[in-house]
Design a binder for this molecule. Structure first.
Ligand code: NAG
Ligand code: NAG
Ligand code: NAG
Ligand code: NAG
Length: 619
């Protein structure tokens, strides 16, 4: 069923009684908060939301939903207006894939896009997930682009128009705008990193080539500019953003530049120089990034460039209503707007229609991606290897032939919490629709060596430059890529510390000014601005590295088998093929591989296992 206009889904009687945030969301917990510092120009930024517009229903710190964010942006805008300041709302892509609210409808995304459009977003761009499948980018083209007409930037993405069969820009290449209150003249771009895994109905031009095009060169030569604004689905520490930074600086040595990025799912803030900064605002609606810039010249007030000394401030806001109340100076009664409440209700209605709370089983314990050591009893990867895969990887046509299965760790997207495992959880943990493929009768030692090669790919691939596309394509979860990629950076950001947010928590402990004994565990970010970026003061979480791939053998056997079927998630076939060559396996994957377990995906395999093995009465 297609959701109709917002009002037709809502019942007036419910509207008056509904609470903001989703009814099953946990109450946020009171924690010490750091204040925002407003400037002439202020931003709210989301990225990599991956369908989590209902917020986190099992984590109090991130329990606000998109309706609360609609209220928050409206209240922040009111605040800006009352002081004659400006506020821009930004989203930098990967809005799709990763949550039942997006993945479980048919076609995918029909509920999500209706909810998303309720936020007033001033500048928006596409991520790699909008482009993996032809159906996803076409839905973007026919739905989200028109919803945000004039605000959708696509500096380096073209799409094949389904009707005219001609490639055309997915959105505007760039846009010039003048802010309403301060009259700040902005030239804005919207990029995607040098992505190569898109379906063939889109074209992503390399950032390094795009910035040599005449339209870009002209745009950065515009003299009536107070700020260059570069938004994009690009890590803020990356070859691509360094290239853009250098290109603009080469022509405009003194104009302030603000970057907004994402893709690595981390909180991060980068200083390129004293007038150029970049913000990355996390993932999955955990973080609303706040940025302010003061000391800018405007169309009303020129400041000699050499004398201008803009000041940049950032905060990572935990996505919960206590943070929102604090930063707006409002409370439970005064905070929600009618529109925001309506959006919360629309989300609630959509979740009900999609039966996202339908329970498949109950997890007896928490299973973590990074927070517990792998291998270990509380690692989601050990659980897959030891419990799920051995009994689930089975193709009847293979008559009990033993299989060695390879799954990349990036195929798992989120932790599993003790308690109900729902339809929603299924998509949260593994949204990908990839199935399995296999090569039959491979010598066991060579199959094992394939996994070893995959897990040592960085050493192996780094020296040979065998295949640049494969190097750029990460098998581990993106959070970990932030660390792995850092050594590849060049340019002025090279010396800055390795990685922020989720993975930066090992040793840092914030104590200055706060001596609360009972801090909630959460983000304790260290970035180029220091250690005061998180709005909420948390105790740190320890995280551990995971390998690129895990493996499991099916069926019990005391003797090591001579031959096995080499089974893998089809998404990683190019990598497996490459590693197989390295392992001395004489296989042509385009001819010798075949579908294994037709119609089964990792997602369906996990939910089937949960239904069988995790009855709720055990918990
Ligand atoms: C894209 O790939 C499909 C399947 O391989 C092929 O049929 C189609 O012609 C290709 N389209 C373009 C525009 O290259
Ligand atoms: C909120 O929903 C009610 C009930 O459908 C509707 O009357 C009202 O116009 C909506 N308000 C906004 C601001 O969307
Ligand atoms: C393997 O053997 C152990 C112990 O005998 C048993 O608990 C487990 O279920 C078996 N696994 C499979 C996949 O048959
Ligand atoms: C796979 O799905 C297709 C279409 O849904 C169906 O026709 C086919 O029978 C299924 N195959 C198996 C082996 O279940």
């Amino acid at each position: 069923m297609l959701p109709g206009p917002l009002s037709s889904l809502l019942f007036a009687s419910l509207a008056s009684s509904v609470q903001a945030v989703q009814p099953s969301a946990p109450d946020p917990i009171v924690a010490p908060l750091r204040d925002l510092k407003w400037g002439q120009l202020n931003f709210l930024h989301t990225t990599d939301t991956h369908g989590w517009l209902a917020g986190h229903l099992q984590e109090p710190s991130y329990s606000a939903d998109w309706g609360d964010y609609v209220s928050f942006a409206a209240r922040m805008r009111e605040n800006a207006e009352s002081q004659g300041l400006d506020l821009l709302v930004i989203d930098t892509g990967d809005r799709v894939e990763g949550n039942g609210l997006y993945d479980s409808s048919e076609p995918k995304g029909i509920y999500l896009s209706e909810i998303l459009r309720q936020q007033h977003i001033d500048l928006i761009s596409a991520g790699n997930h909008e482009l993996y499948k032809q159906s996803t980018s076409e839905a973007e083209f026919f739905t989200t682009v028109p919803h945000f007409a004039g605000n959708y930037l696509a500096s380096n993405i073209d799409i094949l128009h389904p009707v005219t069969q001609r490639y055309m820009p997915l959105g505007l290449r760039f846009r010039k705008l003048v802010t309403k209150n301060q009259g700040i003249r902005i030239v804005a771009f919207g990029f995607l990193f040098d992505f190569t895994m898109n379906a063939n109905n889109t074209r992503v031009q390399r950032v390094e080539d795009t910035i040599k095009e005449s339209w870009f060169q002209e745009a950065i030569r515009d003299k009536e500019v107070d700020l260059f604004l570069v938004i994009g689905h690009v890590p803020v520490r990356s070859i691509e953003y360094n290239a853009i930074y250098r290109e603009i600086r080469g022509i405009r040595w003194d104009t302030p530049i603000q970057f907004f990025g994402g893709h690595y799912h981390i909180r991060d803030f980068v200083r390129y120089d004293s007038k150029a900064y970049g913000l990355a605002s996390g993932r999955f609606m955990e973080t609303i990034g706040f940025m302010s810039i003061d000391g800018l010249s405007t169309s009303h007030q020129q400041i000699k460039p050499a004398l201008a000394a803009p000041r940049f401030n950032r905060k990572y806001i935990d996505n919960n209503v206590l943070s929102f109340y604090h930063h707006t100076g409002l409370n439970e009664e005064s905070f929600p707007t009618e529109h925001g409440r309506n959006v919360s209700l629309l989300i609630q209605q959509s979740r009900t229609d999609l039966q996202l709370d339908q329970v498949f089983g109950c997890a007896p314990r928490n299973l973590w991606m990074f927070r517990e050591q792998y291998p270990g009893d509380d690692s989601v990867y050990s659980w897959l290897e030891k419990e799920v895969l051995p009994v689930s990887i089975r193709d009847d046509s293979r008559n009990g032939k033993m299989a060695l299965v390879i799954v990349n760790t990036g195929a798992i997207r989120f932790d599993i919490f003790k308690g109900p495992f729902t339809q929603d959880t299924t998509y949260i943990v593994s949204p990908f629709t990839s199935g399995f493929r296999y090569v039959k009768d491979v010598p066991f030692d060579k199959a094992s060596f394939v996994v070893e090669v995959l897990n040592r790919q960085h050493q192996i691939l780094a020296d040979g430059r065998h295949n640049a596309d494969l190097v750029a394509w990460q098998l581990a979860p993106p959070e970990q890529s932030a660390y792995t990629h850092d050594s590849m950076d060049d340019g002025p950001i090279r010396s800055s510390r390795a990685y922020a947010g989720l993975l930066a928590n090992q040793a840092s402990f914030i104590t200055s000014g706060y001596l609360e004994p009972n801090l909630i565990p959460g983000y304790t970010t260290t970035d180029d601005g220091g250690k005061d970026g998180d709005d909420t003061v948390h105790s740190p979480i320890t995280v551990y590295r995971v390998p690129s791939c895990i493996q499991a053998l099916t069926y019990n056997s005391s003797a090591t088998p001579e031959n096995v079927d080499l089974v893998y998630v089809d998404f990683i076939e190019p990598y497996v093929a490459f590693a197989a060559k390295f392992a001395g396996l004489d296989v042509d994957f385009s001819k010798d591989s075949d579908v294994f377990m037709p119609n089964k995906t990792l997602t369906s395999l996990i939910s089937d296992w949960v239904k069988e093995n995790w009855p709720c009465d055990d918990v």
